[in-house]
Design a protein around this ligand. Structure first.
Ligand code: FAD
Length: 459
């Protein structure tokens, strides 16, 4: 392992770009390959999570690489959720009772472009667009590419290969097909897919929904969400079953049926989406799934990172954040002064896998919370108490959501364990009528609740 090693990275998405930048900053020489064209020159965003929620773990990774201020300049803070019922009534629920804790809506394309600009300006990295990895020889650390421009194949040999090529990783597929080692792998699809739509800005360029919220239309079996964009528009995402229930992607195939569905379930949103029929029929339906696998590495030659090693469903808004945190954790492992890439790769997975497994499970939990529970009275009561606890005891109480989203110094696995125990204790107190949430609680009463939660969670 030395600075002259030739490092090949497959994928110049969010994780691959940040990883390339960090390794270049550490003095390594990188060849970065991306199958798509340069997104700074060609618009390739249509229909694929146009904006994302960026929070503290992601910011930590960006800060490490010196790009956090640039990223923040294109962030729109979202202080909480705004829920919309079928009658068009709304209610707000903050993400935290503490000041200064919020998530950010950010354009995937613009963020990726910031990272590519930084990578481009670094002398240690060469970026190659339109080069699709089609084959990998693990033992030779050789990659076969197809060049979309020349329509020819070519191969490149390196010392180390990083697969930052996303949920459908070709490197991961080679781990499975080559059977060189015992590779455990699971892929679980959700029964729901997603489709993106748009609420444009009004004629004055102003946003038509509150800009400081992540909007949710929870309907039990399905939901709509909307995140703000810098130009006043909102990207709206429908999460709906593929083929089950009265309405599904399988049967919403005519203009009449689409309109009927939105008029019945989301009339207030429908009024703001002028091109609903065209967008619904033309925009792709995406699938959602969880990938867990192990080991992430092969000898001292290859490593999976980001979604390639741990794709998760998007309901905690953590996939990109976890991928940026991967780069942060990997950098910490490099600081340990280990001697070989193999030692580094093993140490990285040992440190990281329990946490990416945890956020994968939490993200599935949050799918049910968002589409259903957020409108449930018990859930609303629980969130209200949590907000009060965080407001009055900001150093002592952190909800599960806050630990995952804002406490980047707590690993996901700990946040999951502690957060679930707290949730259980709090829901028990509410169910046993030991808390009357309709009255505003005094600080002493809240202190008593905090004490009970701590006792129940063995703190
Ligand atoms: P990707 O972003 O998928 O990048 C992989 C790159 O590799 C791509 O550029 C691709 O073109 C390239 N590539 C793939 N195959 C090849 C090949 N064979 N050869 C060369 N290049 C290749 N995360 C959040 O943190 N917050 C959110 O709010 C959020 N919302 C989401 C909403 C939706 C609907 C979805 C689907 C995901 C969301 N995510 C969110 C998750 C987030 O998008 C991913 O976790 C993140 O993009 C992972 O980054 P990555 O670089 O590992 O993979």
């Amino acid at each position: 392992m030395n600075k002259d090693d030739k490092i090949l990275i497959i994928g110049a998405g969010l994780c691959g770009s940040l990883l390339a930048l960090r390794l270049a900053q550490r003095g390594y020489k990188i060849e970065l390959f991306e199958s798509r064209p340069d997104l700074r020159k060609v618009d390739i965003s249509a229909g694929r999570s146009i904006n994302l929620a960026l929070s503290d773990r992601g910011l930590k990774g960006l800060e490490l690489c010196g790009v956090v201020e640039k990223a923040k300049s294109i962030c729109i803070p979202m202080l909480g959720r705004q829920m919309h019922d079928v009658k068009g009534n709304t209610f707000d629920s903050k993400y935290s009772g503490r000041e200064g804790e919020y998530i950010n809506s950010i354009s995937r394309g613009d963020l990726n472009a910031i990272l590519l600009d930084e990578v481009d300006s670094h002398e240690n990295v060469n970026i190659h667009f339109n080069k699709k990895c089609i084959d990998v020889d693990l033992d030779e650390t050789r990659i076969q590419f197809y060049d979309y421009k020349t329509k020819k194949e070519f191969s490149v040999i390196g010392d180390v290969i990083f697969g930052a090529d996303g949920a459908g990783s070709i490197l991961r597929k080679h781990y499975i097909s080559e059977r060189k080692f015992l590779f455990s792998y699971s892929q679980n699809y959700l029964t729901h897919g997603y489709k993106e739509l748009e609420i444009p800005a009004d004629e004055n360029g102003k946003n038509q929904l509150s800009k400081g919220h992540l909007h949710i239309w929870p309907r039990g079996d399905f939901m709509l969400i909307a995140l703000p964009n810098m130009d006043g528009s909102f990207t709206v995402t429908l999460f709906l079953s593929y083929d089950e229930g009265e309405y599904s992607f399988a049967n919403l195939t005519s203009e009449e049926k689409i309109t009927e569905f939105f008029e019945k379930e989301f009339p207030d949103a429908l009024a703001l989406i002028p091109n609903i029929k065209e967008e619904f029929l033309n925009n792709p339906t995406g699938f959602l799934g969880t990938v867990k696998c192990s080991p992430w590495s092969y000898q001292n030659k290859t490593l999976l990172i980001g979604d390639a090693s741990h794709a998760i469903v998007p309901f905690y808004g953590q996939g990109m954040n976890a991928s940026f945190e991967d780069v942060y954790v990997f950098d910490g492992i490099l600081n340990m002064g280990l001697n070989t890439w193999q030692e580094v790769f093993k140490a990285f997975e040992k440190e990281r896998k329990k946490d990416t497994d945890a956020i994968a499970d939490l993200a599935v939990d949050n799918f049910h919370e968002m589409k259903d529970h957020v409108a449930n009275p018990l859930f609303k009561e629980k969130r209200k108490i949590e907000m009060d606890l965080e407001e009055h005891f900001p150093e002592e109480y952190f909800s599960k959501y806050a630990m995952v989203t804002f406490k980047e110094d707590i690993p996901y696995s700990e946040a999951m364990k502690k957060g679930r125990a707290q949730d259980k204790a709090l829901l028990n107190l509410i169910a046993d009528d030991e808390i009357n949430t309709h009255l505003r609680m005094s600080k002493d009463e809240l202190k008593q609740i905090l004490k009970t939660i701590k006792e129940e969670t063995n703190e």
